[in-house]
Design a protein around this ligand. Structure first.
Ligand code: NAD
Ligand code: IPM
Ligand code: MN
Length: 357
C-alpha cells in the first residue's frame, strides 16, 4: 500500500527543518519497505500570501482531503503578514476543517540534552500533553464595538461543546490507560473561570467513570505551570483545553532543554480526514536563514506520522536514531540549542545515517 503524504514546509525555519524531516522519513521508509508518495505544496506560507493575497488556494480542501497524512513545517512571518491572518488562513483551518481534535504532544527529556531544571535526568520527564485542538478559547465568536473611541469594547468567547470536550477526554483517558503509570492530570481554572471550567471538571469526572484503572488529579493552570518546573516527574498524561494545552506544550519541552525537539500530531482519530504532523515550534524568524535550527521536532513528527500510518517499528527506529545521535554528543553535529556548533543539515544527516543502519 502506498501512503500519500502532503508536504507543506511553510515559512522561516519550517523550510530548513522540512528537508531533514523528509530525509529521516525516507530513510525509515527505505529500511522498512514502506511506499510513500510525497506531494509538495507551496501554499500555507507567507510567500504564497505575497503572491496570491491569501494563504491557501480556494480548492485547498479538495487538494488535501485525500492525503493519508499532512507533514507540515511551521507557518508565520509577522514582518510581512500579521500572525492572526497567516495562522487563521492556514494551520488553524486545517485543524478545524479536518476535525483534528486531538493535538498530541510528547514531552521527554532526551539523552545528552541538559534540562534547565537542576538534577533532572532522562526518565524524570516523560509525559504527553493532550490538547483540545478545534474549539475552546480559539473560537472566533465575538466582536468589537465603538471601535477607535474611548468606549472601545472587544469580546471573544470561549466555546466548549460536550461532544468536543468528551471526545478529547476520551482520547486522553485511553492513552493514560495504555501507559504503565495510568495517570491523568487535568488542567483547569475552575476557581476563576467560573462557567466553562467547573463544567470541564465535571466532564473529566464523568468520563473517569469509564476508566476506573486511571488515577486522575487536577490542578489549576497557574500551579500546574509551576509544577511542570518543580515536579515534572509527577506527570504522565496531561489533558488541557486549547489555550492551556498550547502554553503547557511549550513549557514542557522548555523543561527538557529546548522546544526545538518537540513534535506534535494533530489527529483526526475517526480517520475521516488526514491527520497533520508538525513540530511544536514556529518559524523562528530570529534564527531563520542561519541553518542552525534543530530539526528533531520535525524528525520526531515524521516518526509520529509513521506510527499513525501503521508503522510503529519504523517510527521507533527514527526515535532510536535521534536519541543515539544526541547521546553521542558530537558537538560538531548537534545544533546550538542542544549545546553544539553544528547545523540543521549536519544533525539531520547524522540521524538519517543512523536510521539507515
Ligand atoms: P517560535 O517557536 O518560532 O520561536 C520561539 C523561540 O524558540 C525562538 O527564539 C526560536 O529561535 C526558538 N526555536 C524555535 N524552534 C527552534 C528550533 N527548531 N531550533 C532551535 N531553536 C528554535 O515562536 P515565536 O517566535 O512565538 O513565533 C514565530 C512565528 O511562528 C510567528 O509567526 C508565530 O505565529 C509562528 N508560530 C507557528 C507555529 C506553527 O506553525 N505551528 C507555532 C508557533 C509559532
Ligand atoms: C502551536 C502554535 C499555534 C497554536 C499558533 C501558531 C496559532 O502556537 O501549534 O502551538 O496556538 O496552536
Ligand atoms: Mn504553541
Amino acid at each position: 500500500m502506498t501512503h500519500r503524504i502532503a508536504v507543506i514546509p511553510g515559512d522561516g525555519i519550517g523550510k530548513e527543518v522540512m528537508p531533514e524531516g523528509l530525509r529521516a522519513l525516507e530513510a525509515a521508509a527505505a529500511r522498512f519497505g514502506i511506499d510513500l508518495e510525497l506531494e509538495h505544496f507551496d501554499f500555507a506560507s507567507c510567500d504564497y500570501y505575497a503572491e496570491h493575497g491569501q494563504m491557501l488556494p480556494d480548492d485547498w480542501f479538495e487538494q488535501l482531503k485525500d492525503a493519508d497524512a499532512i507533514f507540515y513545517g511551521a507557518v508565520g512571518w509577522p514582518e510581512t503578514v500579521p500572525d492572526h491572518i497567516s495562522l487563521w488562513g492556514s494551520l488553524l483551518q486545517f485543524r478545524r476543517r479536518f476535525d483534528q481534535y486531538v493535538n498530541l504532544r510528547p514531552c521527554k527529556l532526551l539523552p545528552g540534552v541538559k534540562s534547565p531544571l537542576a538534577d533532572r535526568e532522562p526518565g524524570d520527564i516523560d509525559f504527553y500533553v493532550v490538547r483540545e485542538n478545534t474549539e475552546g478559547e480559539y473560537s472566533s465568536v465575538g466582536g468589537k464595538m465603538f471601535e477607535g473611541t474611548e468606549r472601545e469594547v472587544v469580546i471573544q468567547e470561549t466555546v466548549m461543546t460536550r461532544t468536543g470536550v468528551d471526545r478529547v477526554l476520551k482520547y486522553a483517558y485511553e492513552l493514560a490507560q495504555s501507559r504503565p503509570r495510568k495517570k491523568l492530570t487535568s488542567a483547569t481554572k475552575s476557581n476563576g473561570i467560573a462557567i466553562t471550567m467547573p463544567w470541564w471538571d465535571e466532564r473529566v469526572k464523568a468520563m473517569g467513570a469509564h476508566y476506573p484503572e486511571v488515577s486522575v488529579d487536577q490542578f489549576h493552570i497557574d500551579i500546574l505551570a509551576a509544577n511542570f518546573v518543580m515536579h515534572p516527574d509527577w506527570f504522565d498524561v496531561v489533558v488541557a483545553s486549547n489555550l492551556f494545552g498550547d502554553i503547557l506544550s511549550d513549557l514542557g519541552p522548555a523543561c527538557t532543554g529546548t522546544i526545538g525537539v518537540a513534535p506534535s500530531a494533530n489527529i483526526n482519530p475517526d480517520g475521516h480526514f488526514p491527520s497533520l504532523f508538525e513540530p511544536v515550534h514556529g518559524s523562528a524568524p530570529d534564527i531563520a536563514g542561519k541553518g542552525i535550527a534543530n530539526p528533531i521536532g520535525q524528525v520526531w513528527s515524521a516518526a509520529m506520522m509513521l506510527e499513525h500510518l501503521g508503522h510503529p517499528a519504523a517510527g521507533q527506529a527514527i526515535v532510536d536514531a535521534f536519541e543515539a545521535v544526541l547521546a553521542e554528543g558530537d558537538k560538531a553535529v548537534l545544533t546550538p540549542d542542544v549545546g553544539g556548533q553544528g547545523t540543521t543539515e549536519a544533525l539531520g544527516r547524522a540521524i538519517a545515517e543512523r536510521i539507515a543502519g
